[in-house]
Write a protein that binds this ligand. Sequence first.
Ligand code: 5GP
Ligand code: ZN
Length: 126
Amino acid sequence: MVETIPETIPETNANCLFCKIIAGQIPADIVYESDSAIAFRDINPQAPTHVLIIPRKHIATINDIEVHDSALVGSLYSAVRDIAVTEGFADDGYRVVMNCNAAAGQTVFHIHLHLLGGRSLGWPPG
Ligand code: 5GP
Ligand code: ZN
């Protein structure tokens, strides 16, 4: 039997928690949706507003972002801008973080921006 090679890398990962949320297989409190991204409230919030913004495409870590993903990654920040307005802290300020791999504490290997707002945030972070 001849093995066929996919022309493109699969855009979803069947074992990925966030791909399951995108597919509607796991419930989430979704606050934003676009063609390229979705956002939902973190299950363990670290601020009055703690939203995760993720691309619909499965990308495991920042290290796996490719040149042709630039617009996709940029669209995550467009989502942040809009959600910050909706949540009411765009002018006061907020923080956006993306953890990468073990030293930063990444636990879900589908890239996501953490949007934290609604309180003062110390610096440097832990
Ligand atoms: P990381 O540690 O990878 O930067 O962030 C993963 C985030 O996903 C954590 O803040 C964690 O609370 C959140 N999280 C883990 N599982 C779920 C879930 O099933 N639903 C939601 N909404 N958030 C989750
Ligand atoms: Zn995924």
